[in-house]
Ligand binder design. Structure first.
Ligand SMILES: *Cc1c(COP(=O)(O)O)cnc(C)c1O
Length: 496
């Protein structure tokens, strides 16, 4: 017994060893980041090909030297990944990751504050609180709001949803559950799929969801919304929550947030804004007025791992009334030594486990905090407005290209499709553009995803990427037209 742990544990790294491994790894990462523009965006390898690189060895019984393991892991990741930090990655909505975020995650993991409770994370807790205030300030939301960092946009939206559910259900829903309470939730047909998961997970059921149609600009139809709320009330239902989009996931459309806020005020309904993609654009001096009205929301979801360019995972939920956030999540179990309750003491510590669903929590705030300080408001305003300008430039280029048809452009999303001369059959064009996208994505020259607008399959570029240059954007139409011609040549004969 006396000799136990006289030798270091097998997982320990001696200080010199850690230093050595770390230096080598950081050098490799620096070379990798430098090489990004010369690499394909992705290799397009199949799951089977990827699996083969790992083999199917059983769990190792004994350990291996960490230098070899790190070298091998770095090489696997560098050679077989999709790089959201590549200057020509414009798929979905995934931010290019800021290098300082990578270093911040290393630092956070090394100290490992558990930001569930103040006692476990004194300085980290206050850094998170300051980060939340700064995020609110950046987008014009009241800085005395409640809020916390979460894994991403889905989770941030869930927080707003649960706060609304507790505050507005009209019965003690935390104790009694949703049961058969006829709670209703309103969102436009363009709303991200988080809303389905939320109604399902939090006990309302997806049938509580009222999908409201959109206008020609993919914005929620306010008249249709009003009528639906009226009809539901007449039937004895309880309108709980209206979701407004500060940038829809498909085309970046911005709902008429000011009008939605008025309606929610008049109808006494919780107003939640999904700003996972677009909220940070409210920081721009020339931001659309509609976007600025996100400041009127009861709750707001944002995604630092999108337009604050943080590595995944980093989402952020803000709730106007901090007590509504605590009221939705707080329990104070006896096995936590919590000296003071916030209602008893203004200077009571923040315990984040009381403000969200997680118990143990990582220090996600550090990377966001450091990036906000590295570039300041001005740095973000510049990068976000350049992303938007690049998307508009793409729209202009596409309009000028005879074989391409421009679709939409809003915030930093531009949609378009390949239309070979003389082709008008939408069904064929959908098939052709889907095939084009498959080939483009596998080829690695540039990476787009798609949007379906009015039944049409569009290619979609979403620029949340501080590395993209005007030259990258100018290269895209030519790449798309070339791959489009090849796909058309292969597909067209089968139609005849
Ligand atoms: C990305 C996105 C989400 C989901 O966010 P995750 O970070 O992927 O969980 C929700 N809503 C909108 C509008 C989004 O753009």
């Amino acid at each position: 017994m006396a000799d136990l742990r006289r030798e270091p544990a097998p997982i320990e790294l001696a200080p010199g060893e850690f230093r050595q491994l770390g230096h080598v790894l950081v050098d490799e990462i620096a070379d990798f980041l430098d090489s990004l523009p010369r690499r394909p965006v992705t290799t397009g390898e199949s799951p089977a090909e990827i699996r083969a690189f790992l083999g199917n060895a059983p769990l190792p019984e004994h350990g291996a030297p960490p230098d070899e393991l790190l070298r091998e892991a770095a090489s696997l990741l560098f050679e077989h990944s999709l790089f959201s930090g590549h200057p020509r990655f414009w798929g979905y909505i995934v931010g290019a990751p800021a290098p300082i975020g990578a270093l911040a995650d290393l630092l956070a993991a090394s100290v490992n504050p558990n930001v569930g409770g103040f006692q476990l994370s004194p300085i980290a807790t206050e850094i998170e609180a300051q980060t939340v205030r700064w995020i609110a300030e950046l987008v014009g939301f009241p800085t005395d709001c409640g809020g916390l960092l979460v894994t991403g946009g889905n989770m941030a939206n869930f927080i707003g949803f649960v706060a609304a559910r507790t505050a507005r259900a009209g019965h003690p829903i935390r104790e009694q559950g949703a049961g058969h309470a006829p709670l209703r939730v309103y969102a436009s047909a363009e709303t991200h799929t988080w809303i389905e998961k939320a109604t399902d997970l939090f006990g309302l059921g997806t049938e509580s969801l009222r999908w409201i149609p959109t206008d020609r600009e993919q914005r929620i139809d306010i008249r249709a919304l009003q009528e639906r709320i009226r009809a539901d009330r007449a039937a004895g239902d309880i309108p709980l929550l209206v979701v407004g989009a500060a940038g829809t996931v498909s085309t970046g459309a911005i709902d008429p947030l000011d009008a939605l806020a008025d309606l929610c005020r008049d109808e006494d309904i919780w107003f939640h804004v999904d700003g996972a993609y677009g909220a940070f654009a409210a920081a721009l001096p020339d931001a659309p007025a509609e976007l600025r009205a996100l400041a009127r929301a009861d709750s707001l979801a944002l995604d630092p791992h999108k337009w604050l360019y943080q590595p995944v995972e980093a989402g952020c939920a803000l709730v106007r009334d901090p007590e509504k956030l605590r009221g939705a999540f707080s329990y104070r179990p006896v096995y936590y030594h919590l000296a003071r309750a916030p209602e008893e003491d203004e200077d009571a510590p923040i315990n984040y486990f009381e403000l969200g669903p997680q118990n143990s929590r990582g220090f996600r705030a550090l990377k966001v905090w450091l990036a906000l300080r590295q570039v300041g408001r001005a740095g973000y305003v510049r990068m976000i407005s350049e992303d938007c300008a690049l998307a508009r430039e793409l729209y202009r280029l596409v309009e000028a290209e005879p074989d391409l048809e421009a679709g939409t452009t809003s915030l930093s999303i531009t949609t378009f499709r390949y239309v070979p001369a003389g082709t008008t059959d939408d069904e064929y064009l959908n098939e052709l553009n889907a095939e084009l996208l498959t080939r483009l994505e596998a080829g690695g020259e540039a990476y787009l995803s798609n949007a379906i607008v009015d039944g049409r399959f569009y290619l979609r570029a979403c620029i949340v990427n501080f590395r993209t240059t005007a030259e990258d954007i100018r290269a895209l139409p030519g790449i798309v037209v070339r791959i489009g011609r090849e796909a058309h040549r292969d597909l067209a004969p089968a139609r005849r």
